[in-house]
Design a protein around this ligand. Structure first.
Ligand SMILES: Cc1cc2nc3c(=O)[nH]c(=O)nc-3n(C[C@H](O)[C@H](O)[C@H](O)COP(=O)(O)OP(=O)(O)OC[C@H]3O[C@@H](n4cnc5c(N)ncnc54)[C@H](O)[C@@H]3O)c2cc1C
Ligand code: FES
Length: 288
């Protein structure tokens, strides 16, 4: 297996980026957000800070006196938001309870400890001042886009955010995006919130009405959603950047479990060269 070199869209882990930390983090809160979604806040000592689109590996549940072996492996989660303090930072994660690891995580209580490794991966590039960005988030992929939206607004970019979920109850972070003050639209497949249908339909309609600086499309969510975003952008000769959510075992380039075929030939490691890729670098047929 050969690995590719990093694409130009992802300098967040370029030389000079801070090394990831391995730490024990105290749970400050772990609350129901909506439906199966939870909002976790942990206090991480000496957290080096992260860039939009980076992630961390979280132990599947609170640490206990006896090491857990089922499940053994940590779970990758986007760094949703962070607040730096003196000596430690508060790091926030939005997650959906979808299997054993996240179920155990949902049982963890304030005061208990989690193991954290991060920040990991190459995140989103900094947008040029005044750029036009359209962010498309589906399901748990929404969590990876909040930091990008906040950073892009901070750079004076014009930001639209399109969020999709099966139903309104499954939608993550709508209120947070509203609070940021982005132009926000929602799609739900069952029509319980916003446009009834797919979030990619909102993307097509928005792009049809665009004028001025060509937008860049940023997408994170289920593979079919990201692939459709890539097709829609390509048909209009627009750049599209995606953040892949493959399953990961180690999160930092050792196990090769997250390797995906890339257009240049060979394989790319989603955890180390991604999770953010130019959509054109992704061999969509090769993704799980
Ligand atoms: C870079 C990155 C960032 C992520 N950020 C978030 C986040 O912010 N919030 C969040 O809720 N989830 C996020 N995920 C997905 C999350 O890691 C998985 O949902 C989690 O590992 C499931 O663990 P589990 O033990 O509960 O489920 P498992 O028992 O391992 O699986 C339960 C179900 O989820 C599916 N699944 C497992 N892992 C993934 C995956 N990586 N992508 C899609 N489906 C999966 C399985 O096929 C199965 O159907 C991210 C993944 C990556 C790679
Ligand atoms: S998750 Fe182990 S190499 Fe990427």
């Amino acid at each position: 297996m050969t690995e590719t070199s990093r694409t130009s869209t992802t300098p967040a882990s370029a030389p000079g980026a801070r090394a990831p930390l391995r730490a024990r983090a105290e749970i400050l809160s772990n609350q129901v957000e909506s439906g199966a979604n939870r909002r976790l806040v942990v206090r991480v000592p000496d957290w080096p800070g992260s860039g939009p689109g980076q992630f961390l590996m979280l132990s599947p549940g609170a640490l206990s006196a006896v090491s857990r072996t089922d499940p053994l492996l940590p779970r990758p989660m986007a760094i949703y938001r962070e607040r730096a303090g003196s000596g430690s930072s508060e790091v926030e994660v939005l997650y959906k309870v979808s299997g054993r690891g996240t179920s155990l995580l949902a049982e963890a209580e304030p005061g208990q400890l989690l193991s954290v490794v991060g920040p990991l991966g190459c995140g989103f590039s900094e947008l040029a001042s005044g750029a036009r960005a359209i962010l498309v988030g589906g399901g748990t992929g929404i969590a990876s886009l909040y930091g990008l939206a906040a950073a892009a607004l901070g750079r004076g970019a014009r930001v639209s955010v399109l969020l999709g979920a099966r139903s309104a109850g499954e939608l993550m972070a709508e209120a947070d995006f509203c609070e940021l003050g982005v132009d926000l639209q929602v799609a739900t497949e069952d029509g319980s919130g916003g446009h009834r249908g797919l979030v990619t339909e909102l993307l097509e309609a928005l792009l049809d009405g665009e004028s001025g600086a060509p937008p860049t499309v940023f997408a994170c969510g289920p593979t079919p959603m990201m692939r459709r975003c890539a097709e829609i952008a390509e048909a209009r000769s627009l750049s599209c950047v995606v953040s892949l959510e493959n399953r990961m075992a180690c999160g930092f380039g050792v196990c090769l479990g997250c390797a995906v075929p890339v257009a240049a030939g060979g394989y790319g490691l989603v955890c180390r060269e991604g999770p953010v890729f130019d959509a054109g670098d992704v061999v969509w047929e090769g993704l799980p």
